[in-house]
Design a protein around this ligand. Structure first.
Ligand SMILES: [Zn+2]
Length: 537
């Protein structure tokens, strides 16, 4: 009796509240869905902007730390659209942060903008033909990511303004990603301190996202400089102390060491200074190493050993040695809650509709580069992707792989890397062939599809606080429960902004002649006189 009365009493007070809460939730879900549909439609009408931005950045072809035209062009677009820009962040002239909105959540949207050396290549043709011989080019596809992010942010902002939706959008570039040279510095200097979540985009060949251990390697990029004394190489070689000897001995020692490293390591070097001419004993020489492994401890151990070897060969050759950290990245680990939210929207958006020209170019390029018949996961490589990727969780085993300094952000703020299909499957990566698709309808379509996924996910995160609270729960209680982020960058390590200067000084004047002019040409392909797809020369 008492119980039933109690229940009745409870029902009278609790149920109406529950019902109102449920109604509110259904209401906000319906609204979110409506905004998502609206933003996707408006992004469909932005194909021209997508093409223009992607082609423009492609034509700038700027190497890391020298993305001056790219950064000026993109920040100008953001400024015109109401974003506040802070330039030159973390002591990096081409780095910036663009912000719009107020209060929480603060959502960071980023992508890389630099290109790679000697990858200059005409787009839309199925043969090797540089725009400027030996010049840098977008042989990785970093010309597409920020245009994607900017498209999404501008369209989402319009609805946020109209509907009074609270939140802050923060857009930022991965400067010098190919040198893994900036993101750990952004973290060190506090630029992600108040950020709630980060969606990073990277060019790929499907719509995809994953969470957990990504299976790739972290690294330190470190240059060793030796100094000895010069002498006449024939007249008095016994008086010389060769810095080049030290470099060569260091490399020999490291190559012997390989036998005793784990199979997951990757280490590679280039000699950045090998002396001037043979008849002068080189008084100065330098070698630049990337040392990669799967965990912080293993990277640190390689780093310590490399320093030990450098000091040892300096003693052997009577030279002095100094070293400097030029770049660093942690091994990747990405957020579950955000990845799941992104993947839901991937399923809604679906892959772009490729036409026969897109597929023809893709197959011709695959033939040209002798692409493997299957991916490492065993899926066939034949033209452009027509079947969506699945949502992948943590890798169970990895032989090791490349690196991206987005990991340093991901170890500090819940982050995912969202991939979009703007490139051709089966290309070698970091190669001129990887530039072919990057100013063609393949890249443009990939960017528009990708921008819809990012925009839709933004609405999910702005309206549903559970995505971000779950993201932090995963970050604190799973990702960083046992592994704590220890930066390789010291409190005073300067960013290596001197890198690539010589190459850009040499090629910028030549590349300038080929900057895209949208006032005269509908597309960059048209400007270059390319009939898409041009399969033979
Ligand atoms: Zn990249």
């Amino acid at each position: 009796m008492i119980y039933s009365r109690l229940i009745l009493l409870c029902c009278c007070f609790v149920f109406p509240k529950l019902i109102t809460a449920q109604k509110n939730e259904t209401n906000s879900m319906q609204k979110t869905e409506a905004w998502k549909n609206e933003v996707m439609k408006s992004l469909d009408s932005k194909k021209k902007s997508a093409q223009e931005m992607v082609d423009m950045v492609f034509s700038f072809s700027e190497l890391g730390f020298h993305e001056t035209k790219t950064s000026a062009y993109l920040t100008d677009i953001l400024k015109k659209n109401g974003f506040t820009i802070e330039k030159g962040i973390a002591g990096i002239p081409t780095a910036w942060m663009a912000k719009w909105g107020t209060g929480k959540p603060v959502i960071a949207l980023g992508s890389d903008i630099d290109c790679i050396p000697k990858a200059s290549q005409k787009p839309g043709v199925a043969y090797k033909e540089p725009i400027v011989e030996d010049a840098p080019g977008h042989g990785e596809g970093h010309n597409s990511g920020l245009p994607l992010v900017i498209l999404s942010a501008i369209e989402v902002k319009k609805i946020m303004e109209r509907e009074n939706i609270q939140g802050t959008l923060m857009i930022w570039p991965g400067v010098a990603e190919e040198l893994v040279g900036t993101k750990a510095w952004y973290i060190r200097d506090g630029y992600f301190k108040n950020v709630d979540a980060c969606i990073f985009t990277h060019v790929g060949n499907n719509l995809g996202v994953s969470w957990g251990d990504a299976g790739n390697n972290g690294l330190v990029s470190v240059e060793f400089k030796f100094e000895g004394s010069s002498a006449h190489s024939a007249g008095a070689p016994w008086r010389g102390k060769s810095a080049l000897d030290a470099v060569e001995l260091m490399n020999v020692a490291w190559n012997f060491k390989r036998e005793h490293l784990k199979p997951t390591q990757r280490s590679h070097y280039v000699i950045t200074d090998g002396g001037d001419q043979p008849n002068v004993v080189p008084s100065k020489a330098a070698v630049w190493y990337y040392l990669r492994e799967r965990t912080y401890e293993d990277i640190k151990s390689m780093y310590d050993d490399a320093i030990l070897y450098a000091n040892s060969v300096a003693a052997m050759t009577g030279t002095k040695v100094s070293h400097r950290l030029l770049g660093t990245a942690w091994p990747g680990h990405f957020n579950k809650s955000i990845a799941e939210a992104v993947y839901k929207n991937i399923k809604t958006v679906g892959l772009p509709t490729w036409d026969s020209s897109d597929q023809q170019l893709a197959r011709a390029v695959q033939k040209l580069v002798n692409a493997p018949k299957k991916t490492q996961r065993g899926e066939p490589i034949d033209g452009l992707a027509t079947k969506l990727d699945t949502l992948n969780g943590p890798v169970q085993f990895s032989w090791g792989a490349g690196s991206d300094d987005i990991a340093d952000i991901a170890w500090n703020v819940p982050t995912v890397v969202f991939r979009y299909p703007s490139n051709i499957p089966g290309t070698p990566g970091h190669n001129w062939a990887d530039a072919i698709a990057m100013a063609t309808p393949i890249a443009h379509k990939g960017v528009v599809s990708g921008s819809k996924v990012v925009a839709a996910t933004l609405f999910d995160m702005l309206i549903n606080p559970k995505i971000i609270s779950d993201a932090w729960d995963y970050h604190k209680n799973v990702q960083t429960r046992e592994v704590k982020y220890i930066p390789f960058v010291g409190a005073k390590t300067p960013p290596a902004i001197h890198l690539n200067k010589k190459i850009m000084d040499e090629f910028k004047p030549q590349l300038k002649k080929y900057y895209y002019d949208p006032s005269k040409y509908k597309t960059y392909l048209e400007q270059l006189g390319i009939q898409y797809p041009q399969l033979v020369k």
